[in-house]
Ligand binder design. Structure first.
Ligand SMILES: [Fe+2]
Length: 283
């Protein structure tokens, strides 16, 4: 497995996260969404309504799968049962790709229900690389790793977050899901440069962008996914398109979910911004 050349990066267009609130509207109205991202864990079951809707919607739209509980950075052993269920779902959905977060979510059986950052050290790189390789071998495909929002940092860290992500991706030979909102949130919280983050990424490995809303509380921004995308994140997105070119982009909305037409309007704005940047590049 190896990262493809930047020109060969697949481009799905502009998508949304598939949420149960919109199942019926998606099936009835067939909105002009290029693709959907599903949360893998919502469908790693043996039956029931979610799978029923998933199969019917998949007939009409390309999909990618996004996981939240692989816990690739944890010191717990990799959960083989989880990986087997993930593999089964991948065979069912035939997604363009699957992803999870560069984080840890718990230890010693305790799930923190949060995506915790790792210390950016050589030891952590070696640990995560070995685990990503095992996941990719088990699933038989490359995976995408996503940068998380963070509110804390470790005094042990020797590298920046972007150096850490690059090293992991290169050594594990995996791909990258860049969450533009997360870059903005972490840069604000840690007083770092979001443009520097973008410029450091190996472009040929960046297969997907996430966009989402956040909530500002004085000197801290929380990655809440319950608001429209903020203007500075749109600006960073424009810079990302300028830098990377065409990258499959979607909006994550997980709380305070509006009616589908509202998200379609927001997605239309995403598309306009990207197409404008791409036209400028050609000119
Ligand atoms: Fe994300």
């Amino acid at each position: 497995m190896s990262a493809t050349h930047i020109n060969e990066r697949p481009f799905l267009g502009y998508g949304l996260g598939l949420r149960k609130d919109h199942y019926e509207a998606v099936l009835q109205d067939r909105p002009a969404v290029d693709w959907f991202e599903i949360i893998s864990e919502n469908y790693m079951v043996n039956g029931g309504k979610p799978l029923h809707y998933l199969d019917r919607i998949r007939e009409h739209y390309p999909m990618v799968m996004h996981g939240v509980s692989l816990s690739i950075g944890s010191t717990e052993t990799l959960d083989l049962d989880y990986l087997n269920r993930l593999k089964t779902l991948i065979a069912r959905v035939e997604p363009a790709w699957f992803s999870d977060h560069l984080c840890w979510t718990g230890v010693q059986g305790v799930n923190l229900h949060d995506l915790m950052p790792l210390p950016y050290t050589e030891e952590a790189i070696a640990h995560v690389v070995e685990r990503v390789q095992r996941v990719q071998d088990h699933i038989g495909r490359q995976m995408l790793l996503e940068n998380v929002s963070s509110y804390v940092s470790y005094s042990d860290s020797q590298l920046s977050e972007w150096e850490f992500l690059c090293e992991v991706a290169e050594r594990a030979d995996c791909l990258i899901l860049l969450d533009i909102n997360n870059i903005y949130v972490s840069a604000f919280n840690h007083n770092s440069d979001p443009d520097r983050y973008l410029r450091a990424m190996p472009a040929e490995r960046v297969y997907q962008f996430h966009l989402a809303g956040h909530t500002r509380q004085d000197d801290l921004i929380i990655d809440t996914h319950d608001q429209p995308i903020a203007d500075p994140v749109f600006e960073l997105y424009a810079a990302a398109v300028q830098h990377f070119g065409r990258v499959s982009t979607m909006i994550e909305r997980d709380d305070n979910i509006p009616p589908l037409p509202e998200l379609l309007d927001e997605l239309a704005r995403v598309r306009r911004i990207a197409e404008h940047q791409l036209k400028e590049q050609v000119a």
